[in-house]
Design a protein around this ligand. Structure first.
Ligand code: ADP
Ligand code: MG
Length: 640
């Protein structure tokens, strides 16, 4: 039996080995034992029921709290050639009957159900007539009031299970289980004699950090701009906060962001969510209403604009970054006034008992302590969840990294501050950059700014570096930028402290995640192909292939079917559907790079106009998009 599981993993899913937790859970389920499985987000819980479902002869029922979660999984399974359907309140009458008849006639392997559907007696009688092999309860913590996602409808699950045959194995899965929650799952689902498997909670690929005393808007803008190719979520604590930030980023700063909160209409929310899942917008600004149904695997960062109510929420929300295992960041922006907001929420709950309020307060305290922490962030979080394996140093969080890797930029900052002062706080960033680089434009000449002592004083720096550094100074509140259509730079108390040597300016080196592949032309080209397929097939891009899979393709450049099947995430079915398209792109890309290197004499800036590029693409008959072609040409231009 286990051999069979491994075979399915390889052939259907394209992965070579099971993760530790998966082996244990699948083994027990196949032996028809009840199991409670606790694994971190992204740990691979879905396979724990999907693979047994394929081995068992009958149907596996999966109870899942959100329609979007079910859709995501059913879409993924269909692409793998596995028959799965979901029955939930979003189905029309026709769709509902279609699902019924499929269950009766076709070989459906997985049936996803929303808990609201579990009370209907007729429906249960119908299910009884089918061959049910197993029941999986996903996000099982929703059954506990001690959890942070309690759903009354989950309390209907035990009756439902009882109504079905007795010897069906039950698998309860969750990512956020404190001992109290596990106990509730055990008792309420009647799983007392089950096998428990609690995996570590560590999300090694996520870099945790906290930012204090910064200007949040400037920080966020700077972050989005320096992570342009990547997906991220920005959480804020209230609808109003989401609206304000959205308006500022989208309408004033013209950044490509979306928003999501419960105050929007259902239609608006669906459109916004789909845009994010399909990579049409990279950044989502939202309240905690967004995300539980989000299994999007390539979210690269999660920024909390405000402190959340407890570490359970924080770790779950932050954990939406990096499901694909690639380096990702979780950043908490901390401001004391946000603690007051959370306290207000706690106090305004009239019906809660004193005991309940006390628990909430303690949880908030634990969260605030995290923000003030000077030791390893990861150690603190894991300890909170009862995992004591990390001691003092993880090497991959803001505090573990902080000690080293910083540069002293006080002198540069002093020059900039004094330049703003000498220009009488009347210039914007681009003029300032020109002055520092010693460039004269008409405005500088007219105002005599080329005569001030700081003119040309930072000539040795690159323009990009300077612009980025100014953004850094603004986001750290060291200098300020006024609002309005002609923003000018202003000084504040911190600026003067620096001039007077009362304070220094340090910046962390390499503080951003390095994911060079997002700029790799082959990756970009494969990414575009994935996008085209996703539009054609009407599923999210990450469901076709994860970013991780595309990066491995871009790195290893597989040449044939065998090499392609060795790439993680490429199984038989996916190869059958998409293998050739991607192989062709990779092969033609490698040939093309060589081809282009041969053409030496035509390369000058003029050649890079879009029309010329299009012609070149046509002449060479290459399977590249214009931008990738341009990048290769530029790379070539500068290496010659
Ligand atoms: P969870 O439900 O625990 O949060 P998922 O089931 O959504 O996690 O899986 C997270 C990601 O890990 C998915 O992209 C999945 O394809 C991948 N994955 C799962 N199992 C394996 C494995 N054995 N090897 C490689 N990748 C895996
Ligand atoms: Mg899951």
């Amino acid at each position: 039996m286990e051999k069979k599981a491994l075979q399915i993993l390889k052939q259907k899913y394209g992965y070579t080995t099971f993760r530790k937790g998966q082996v244990n859970i699948i083994k027990n389920i196949l032996a028809k034992k009840n199991v409670i499985g606790v694994m971190a987000t992204g740990g691979g819980k879905s396979l724990c029921f999907q693979i047994p479902a394929l081995i068992f002869s009958g149907i596996t029922i999966v109870i899942s709290p959100l329609i979007s979660l079910m859709k995501d999984q059913v879409d993924s399974l269909k692409i793998l050639g596995i028959d799965a359907i979901s029955i939930n309140s979003s189905l029309s009458k026709e769709e509902f009957f279609e699902a019924y008849s499929k269950l009766k006639t076709k070989k459906i392997k997985l049936l996803y159900l929303s808990p609201e559907k579990l009370e209907n007696k007729k429906f249960i009688t119908f299910l009884k007539s089918l061959d049910i092999s197993m029941i999986a309860v996903d996000e099982a913590h929703c059954i506990s009031q001690w959890g942070h996602d309690f759903r009354t409808s989950y309390l209907k699950i035990p009756n439902f299970i009882n109504a079905l045959k007795k010897d069906i194995p039950i698998l309860a899965l969750t990512a956020t289980a404190t001992p109290k929650v596990i106990k509730d799952i055990e008792i309420l689902l009647n799983l007392k004699n089950s096998t428990k498997y609690v995996d570590g909670f560590d999300r090694k690929n996520i870099f945790f950090k906290v930012e204090k005393n910064i200007n949040p808007e400037a920080y966020i803008i700077r972050y989005i701009k320096s992570h342009k190719e990547m997906s991220g979520i920005i959480y804020a604590s209230t609808r109003k906060e989401v609206d304000n930030l959205y308006q500022y980023l989208k309408e004033i700063k013209q950044l490509d962001v979306g928003k999501y909160h419960a105050g929007m209409s259902k239609k608006e929310r669906i459109i916004s969510q789909e845009n994010f899942l399909n990579d049409n917008i990279k950044v989502m600004i939202s309240t905690n209403a967004f995300g539980m149904g989000i299994d999007k695997s390539n979210v690269r960062y999660v920024i909390h604009r405000n402190i959340p109510k407890d570490l359970e929420s924080y770790y779950q929300e932050a954990g939406r970054a990096g499901r694909d295992g690639l380096p990702s960041e979780a950043i908490l922006l901390f401001f004391e006034e946000d603690v007051n907001t959370q306290e207000f929420f706690i106090n305004s709950n009239d019906i809660a008992s004193d005991e309940f309020i006390k628990i909430k307060r303690t949880k908030l305290d634990d969260m605030v302590n995290y923000a003030y922490l000077e030791s390893c962030y990861r150690e603190y979080i894991l300890k909170y969840f009862g995992d004591k394996r990390i001691k003092n140093y993880c090497g991959n969080c803001g505090n573990c990294k902080n000690a080293k890797d910083i540069e002293d930029l006080t002198i540069d900052s002093k020059i900039i501050i004094s330049c703003i002062g000498r220009a009488k706080e009347k210039i914007g960033t681009s003029t300032l950059v020109n002055i520092l680089l010693g460039k004269v434009d008409s405005k500088i000449e007219r105002k005599g700014l080329n005569k001030i002592s700081t003119f040309g004083l930072m000539k040795q720096r690159e323009q990009n570096w300077l612009e980025e550094f100014l953004n850094f100074l603004i986001s750290e509140n060291i200098i300020e930028l006024t609002a309005g259509s002609f923003p000018v730079l202003k000084l504040n108390k911190i600026s003067f402290d620096i001039i007077k040597d009362k304070k220094k300016v340090y910046r962390k080196i390499n503080e951003t995640v390095s994911l060079n592949f997002y700029n790799d032309p082959l990756f970009k080209s494969l990414n575009n192909i994935r996008k085209e397929i996703s539009i054609k097939e009407n599923v999210a891009p990450y469901i076709i292939f994860s970013d991780f899979t595309l990066m491995e393709m871009a790195e290893k450049k597989p040449k044939n079917r065998w090499e392609m099947l060795k790439i993680k995430g490429v199984g038989n079915q996916k190869f059958k559907n998409y293998g050739d398209i991607f192989l062709k792109a990779i092969n033609s890309f490698s040939n093309e790079e060589l081809e282009i290197l041969k053409i030496e004499n035509f390369i000058d800036e003029k050649y890079l106009s879009d029309t010329k590029l299009k012609n070149l693409k046509k002449n060479l008959n290459v399977n590249l998009d214009i931008n990738s072609l341009k990048e290769i040409l530029i790379k070539n231009l500068f290496s010659n």
